[in-house]
Design a protein around this ligand. Structure first.
Ligand code: ATP
Ligand code: MG
Ligand code: MG
Ligand code: MG
Length: 472
């Protein structure tokens, strides 16, 4: 009878011992002596590997060596699942058959540890081999956590009656993008320019008949859906041709944007706080092995910091109060703060890490530093914006109550030079059955940065896009 293949994770959790099993995966390590060899196999199903015991009678070391049973090799192992005497594992496999699908020339393998100290490869170097880095413990952990967080996003909203809407990636409006958009066009062969200048693109003749761009946010289209379905969210890629030479910005990143009809700023803050605490709790409950590894390897305070977010309310205050705190702070900032200036990450992190020592929700920013669609307060100077600030990150969420009055919105657009002809449909949402509504955007990679404790946003997305980098 043929034995069905098991995943490593299934076997590690199995209570059914003394049975024949088959596992397929990659060799992490092989060690031992002339009597017995221990081979650790990982198949990605979890952080931990399973130990395969190969006795010298059936598997002499020279034969394992010759067959290529070494680090990185893809193998099939058949054997008996038995209780393990070894530390840190309850089961192991006594091998009866080992087949190698693909071996590795360790003299060439970029992931082979080299040099006297056998030090691992740095995160910077790993970025240059994005096709191999998922094989490392670190990126395996990050990718599994990323998956778990994406799943938890959908679960959170589904449980609360939100609908997932798909907003376009190619957009015809550039209202929000102010100089940060990537342009979309076809190859010149498909649309030969009609002008003398062969390099010029004639957008009227181009594929869409007008200039189009990659989206910087799904919000405006999300509002369309919220005005009919009530509670919606988007979760898709967004693109910004901004200076992403920071540890917090990518040119291509994923954003989650809930939008809720009849929610005001207060409701919006409650939703953001519930959402973030839910996601962090989900990670603590479901990604234990991966988080434990990251905690030990990179950041001994990671688990404590995650638990703190789950257990404590966020601090809420308005922008004006925050500016007062920053102006009287003992710390010297690179950029001085005054009422009306946009806060930099050094200010955000001061409030979170030094002053309040907890996550902060800042509200009611000056209208001049925020987007045209945010609802104006009665003071005529501030808007109902909110930014959620996290330790080690700074801004993790940006959101607001939206301006629902057609008259006020039109006035704001004129003041801020936002062309009406691009957004006629957005204005019509206010013309026909307008309603108060609010929403926010959570940068998915900033969430993953926080949950994994990694220091650079380029290390929490499989294929990071930043200036002068699009190898993969
Ligand atoms: P920042 O002030 O950090 O540049 P922002 O205010 O420009 O962010 P928003 O337009 O408010 O960003 O976008 C919503 C969220 O998307 C942010 O709170 C952040 O989590 C995330 N985000 C924005 N820009 C980037 C980027 N370039 N790379 C990764 N995440 C981003
Ligand atoms: Mg920005
Ligand atoms: Mg900002
Ligand atoms: Mg923002």
């Amino acid at each position: 009878m043929s034995v069905r293949r098991s995943s490593v994770q299934e076997l590690l959790n199995s209570q059914e011992l003394e049975r024949e099993v088959v596992v397929k995966g990659w060799v992490r390590t092989r060690r031992g002596n002339k009597y017995v060899q221990f081979i650790a196999i990982n198949d990605g199903s979890g952080f931990n590997s399973i130990q395969v015991v190969a006795d010298a009678e059936n598997f002499p070391e020279e034969k394992l060596q010759a067959d290529g049973v070494g680090m990185g090799a893809a193998v099939m192992v058949r054997g008996k699942l038995v209780a393990s005497q070894g530390k840190g594992q309850s089961v192991e496999i006594q091998a009866s058959e080992i087949t190698v699908y693909g071996k590795v020339d360790l003299d060439e393998y970029p992931l082979q540890k080299r040099g006297k100290d056998q030090k691992g490869i740095s995160l910077d170097e790993l970025r240059k081999i994005a096709h191999l880095r998922p094989r490392t413990n670190t990126f395996g952990a990050i990718l599994r956590i990323r998956h778990a967080m994406a799943f938890a996003v959908h679960q959170f909203f589904n449980d609360r009656g939100f609908y997932y809407v798909h907003t376009p990636i190619i957009t015809g409006s550039d209202a929000e993008g102010a100089g940060q958009m990537f342009r979309v066009t076809t190859l010149p062969e498909q649309n030969p320019p009609l002008t003398e200048d062969k390099s010029a693109v004639d957008y009227e003749q181009d594929f869409f008949g007008k200039q189009t761009n990659l989206t910087v946010s799904g919000q405006l289209e999300g509002e369309i859906a919220a005005m009919a379905l009530g509670k919606v969210y988007t979760f898709g890629p967004t693109f910004r041709a901004e200076n992403s030479n920071t540890t917090r910005h990518l040119a291509e990143f994923w954003m989650i944007e809930p939008e809720v009809a009849f929610n005001d700023l207060q409701d919006n803050m409650d939703l953001a706080e519930d959402f973030l605490r839910y996601l962090v709790r989900y990670a603590l409950d479901n990604c234990q092995d991966d988080l434990k590894f990251l905690n030990e390897q990179y950041d001994k305070e990671l688990l404590g910091r995650l638990q703190f977010v789950v257990d404590n309310d966020f601090q809420r205050l308005n922008y004006t109060e925050a500016v007062e705190i920053l102006k009287t702070a003992k710390q010297k900032f690179e950029f001085p703060v005054d009422w009306g200036t946009d806060l930099q990450s050094e200010h955000e992190r001061y409030l979170v890490e030094k002053h309040f020592k907890k996550p902060v929700i800042l509200t009611n920013y000056p209208k001049d530093i925020k987007a045209f669609y945010m609802k104006l307060n009665d003071d005529d100077k501030t808007v109902r914006a909110m930014d959620v600030l996290f330790p080690g990150i700074g801004e993790i969420i940006g959101g607001s109550e939206r301006e629902e009055s057609l008259e006020k919105l039109t006035k704001r657009m004129a003041e801020m030079n936002v062309p009406e002809h691009d957004l006629w449909w957005y204005l019509e949402l206010r013309k026909y059955g307008t309603a108060p509504h609010s929403g926010f955007g959570l940068g998915f990679e900033r969430l993953i940065l926080f949950v994994t404790g990694m220091g650079n946003i380029r290390d929490v997305i499989p294929f990071p896009r930043f200036p002068k980098s699009a190898e993969f």
